[in-house]
Design a protein around this ligand. Sequence first.
Ligand code: ADP
Length: 551
Amino acid sequence: MVSLSSYIKKLGEKMSNMQPWKQNVASIIDFAEKIFPDVEVVTRELSGKISTTNYKNISLRAKKLGSALEKFGIEKEQCVGSLALNTFRNMEMYYGISGMGAVMHTINFRLHPEQVVYIINHAENRLIFLEPVFAPLLEAVQDKCPMVEKFVLLCAKEEMPETNLKDAVSYEEFIENGDESYTWPELEEDAPCGLCYTSGTTGNPKGVLYSHKSTLLHAWAGSSANGLGLQKNDSILMVVPMFHVMGWGLPYLAPMNGIKLVLPGMGMDGAALTELIEKESVTLAFGVPTIWLGLLNYCKENNIKLESVKQTIIGGSAVPYSMIKQFDEEHDINVIQGWGMTETSPLATANLKTPAMEKLSKDELYKLQTKQGKPIYGVELKIVDDEGSVLPNDGEAFGRLLIRGPWINKRYYKFEEDAVDADGWFDTGDISTIDSEGYMTIVDRAKDVIKSGGEWISSVDLENVAQGHPDIMQACVIGVAHPKWDERPLLLVVPANDKKDKDDIFGYLDGKIAKWWKPDDIVFLEELPLGATGKVLKVNLRDQYKDHLMS
Ligand code: ADP
C-alpha cells in the first residue's frame, strides 16, 4: 500500500493529480470565438448608428490589439488607461489589454479632471485609449500626465477629430499593426488583469487591482443559479458602465455563457434605451436606480410597455419599493436587486426570485425585494458591533457589514497596509442586518446614517417610504445639525409634478415610519446632485443644508 503522503511526495510538488489552471481572462473570448462565434454584440455608436458584431470578430480584433500593444512595447503588468463607453471596442480592450498580460485600467470620465489626472499618474499609464468625445478633457490636462506617451482614439481613421493629444492615432490604425493569430501568453498565478478606482468622495480615489483568477471566479459565480439570473436565450442590455467595477463582470459573463450583449454607448436617455430594448428584444437589463428612474418616467409619459424585458438587475444604491412595484405593475418585469462595491468585484449578494416568493402577496414580494439579497457561494458575510463582536443573524440586529472571499479586495493598489483584518475580513462601510434565511439588508452607509439624540435613523428606509408618495419622483434624506438632538433628518424631494405640499407628504409618512423618524423639514429641489457613478452626492447636500435646522 502506498500512503497518500508518500504518493504525493513522489509526484514532487504536485498536491493532486488534476491539471493546473491556465488563468487568463482572454480564455473566455477564445472560448466564445470557438463555441459561440455568431452570438451578437450590438452597439449604439457615438454617431447614433446601431452596429452589430459577434464574439468571433471581437476575439480576432482583441488578438490584434494584444499583439499591437506588444509591438508598441507595453509590458506585462503595466496599466493601460481607458476613458471609454460601453461599445464593442471596449469589449476588445477588456480582452486585448488584459489578455496580453497588461492591466485594463478603466477610468471614470465623470470624475473631476484633477482626479482623472491623479488616477492616470498613480497608475503610471503610458498609453491611453479614449472616446473622441473625451479628447477635450484630456487635451486640457495632458501636460500634467508626463508618463503618457500616446493617445489612441476609439474610432476609425476617417473619424479622427482635430486634436493636439500626444502622438494621437485612431484605434483602427493602431490595431492594423496587430496579428489576429496572436496567442495569449500564460500568466502567473494571481497576475493582475484590471484596475478600477473608487469614486473617492473623500480623499483621493483608491485603486482596486483585480486578478485573472478573481475575475474568472467572479464570472463563474455570477453565472451560477444564485448569481445574476442569466438565461441561455437572454439578450442583455448593459447600461452599467464598463468603467465602473469592470461592468459588474458582464463583459466576462456574457461571452462565457454565449449570451447576446447590447451596449448603449452614449445613449442613456429614455428614448435611446427604449429604442434599443425594442429593436434588440432585450430580456435582461442591468443598471443603477437613477437611470431606471429616467427610463420608467419616459415610458410612462409615452405610454410604452417594455414587452421583451423579463428581469432587471439593479444595484449601486438601494432600490426603492416604488420602483420594484412600478417595474412589475407597468412592465411585468421582475427586479433582482444586487449589492456590491468596487472592492468586491462587485457581485456579493443578489435577491433572485425563488419558488417560495411566488406564494407571497405582491406587497410581501416587493418588500422582500427591497432587501439586498443572499450571498453568492464564495463570499462570506458577517455583521459586527463597534467592538467587533459578531451580531446575530436575526434580521433585527444591525452593525458594520464585513465580507471576505476570493474576489474581495485585500489591499488597495500601491498601499503598504492591508485593507482587511487579521482574518481577512474587509469592512464595507455599510451598516446591515442579516436575517435567519441569509438575506442581507443595507440599513445605511455608515457615513449617511442619522444619529438623533444617540439613536439611529436609517436614511435608506426613510427614502424608501417617501419615494412611494405619488407626487415624489426622487427622495433623499440627510442628517443635519440640530440644537437639541445633535442631528435630525431632512427630506429633500424632487417633485413628480407641480404639487409641492409639505403637509400632504408629512401626512403620507404618518403611520409608515416611527414618529421620531419624521423628517424635521422638507425641501423641494429641481434635481439631486449625482456623483460620478450615478449616486446621490449626500456629502454635497449635507454641506449645503448643514445649518438648515439651526436657525
Ligand atoms: P463608490 O464607493 O465609488 O460609490 P461603489 O460602487 O464601490 O462605488 O459603491 C459601493 C457602495 O454602494 C456599497 O458599499 C453600498 O453602500 C452601495 N450599494 C451598492 N449596491 C447597493 C444596493 N443594492 N443597495 C444599497 N446600497 C448599495
